[in-house]
Design a protein around this ligand. Structure first.
Ligand code: ADP
Ligand code: MG
Length: 340
């Protein structure tokens, strides 16, 4: 017999979507911290226990969610960040899909406490597996705290695929390091199983942020980069010829504040370091590229970090030449002698 076509209900849709947005504890951390960043927080605390499987708690001092909007924020495609497709070209936030809270709440037990400067009292909402269990007033300071407990409690098949706490912790730490480096103006505090793992200064100084995470040996051997052309701005630091790694873990590239994996930029960097670093060693870089949102495709999948540029070759050449120049300490752009 041919089966009837059903329209899936919101609950089922959310659970399916959660499979994409929430792959593992580190993706929950990423989504929630990005929300705190978008809320213009200057201080974000992340607390984890048991690899994020038992508890993820994010506390921020951002603008909070108005009391009347809190339950709405858990609906799928509910976002305050865009209202029409053209807004994507002037995007100044990390989020815009309105999927994270709905997805996370559908596969965990979530508690959200929030207050805006307009409200005199805050609100606490508890949601389990996508169902609102309670919504009550609570005294709290301005900002948002979100607690995610028992990840995948209602999807045992997915829970089984989680790795050991140690392995999930490695991913979480890596994710927090990336968020921290990308936001030197924010003070991050990261606590794992009651141990303080990291406190970043939040003084807007990228070098100090790098030092707080990777130590003095790295931060003392960086060269500052600051390129500005008519269509892009590239600022940050690259490692000199004395520091390098056996792996690619210290290659941080951001575009308009968003962590990306850009094959193009990395290829330009590897070219620039050719002959400067030993073979099979990897350079270190902390770079933020600011580029007109019209010239890139931001509408990529949340978990795919590759970014598309309008003018690949121009970006490649510029980065390669400038970094190489900086490493060699000379101006490599040829000066042509004009013969009359
Ligand atoms: P998106 O970030 O794509 O908008 P989310 O599902 O992550 O979607 O969040 C939904 C909405 O909830 C956001 O657009 C924002 O208005 C609100 N929100 C979520 N987290 C916070 C937070 N920490 N501070 C203030 N507002 C928040
Ligand atoms: Mg979000």
């Amino acid at each position: 017999m041919i089966k009837e076509i059903n329209l899936l209900d919101e609950y089922t849709i959310n659970k399916i979507a959660a499979g994409e947005v929430v792959e593992r504890p580190s993706s929950v951390v990423k989504e929630l911290v990005e929300n705190s960043i978008d809320a213009k927080s200057s201080k974000i605390t992340i607390e984890i226990s048991n690899g994020g499987k038992d508890l993820i708690r994010i506390t921020d001092n951002g603008h909070g969610i108005p009391k009347s909007q809190v339950e709405k924020s858990f609906l799928r495609h509910a976002t305050s960040k865009i209202s029409q497709i053209d807004d994507l070209y002037e995007l100044d936030s990390l989020g815009f899909r309105g999927e994270a809270l709905a997805s996370i709440a559908s596969i965990a037990r979530v508690e959200l406490i929030t207050r805006t400067s307009e409200d005199t009292i805050g609100v606490k909402v508890c949601i389990e597996g996508g169902v609102v269990k309670s919504n009550e007033p609570i005294g709290t300071s301005i900002g948002t705290t979100i607690i995610v407990k028992d990840l995948f409690f209602n999807t045992p098949a997915r829970k089984k695929f989680l790795k050991s706490s140690t392995s999930e912790n490695i991913n979480i730490t890596d994710m927090i390091n990336k968020l921290c480096i990308g936001n030197p103006d924010i003070q991050f505090k990261y606590i794992n199983n009651n141990r303080i793992m990291l406190t970043s200064p939040g003084d807007s100084n990228l070098k100090n942020t790098v030092r707080s995470i990777y130590g003095k040996k790295i931060s003392d051997n960086l060269k500052s980069i600051n390129i500005e052309t008519d269509f892009l701005k590239l600022v940050g630091y690259i490692g000199n010829n004395t520091i390098y790694r056996n792996n690619k873990t210290l290659q941080h590239i951001y575009i308009n504040g968003r962590y990306v994996k850009s094959k193009l930029i990395l290829a330009a960097i590897y070219e620039a370091y050719k002959g400067i670093l030993p073979i099979n060693k990897h350079s270190i870089c902390f770079l933020n590229l600011s580029i007109d949102a019209q010239k890139i495709d931001v509408n990529v999948h949340p978990n795919k970090l590759e970014i598309k540029f309008e003018d690949d070759q121009r970006i490649f050449n510029l980065i390669k030449i400038k970094i190489n120049e900086l490493l060699l300490g000379t101006n490599l752009i040829p000066k042509y002698v004009v013969n009359n």
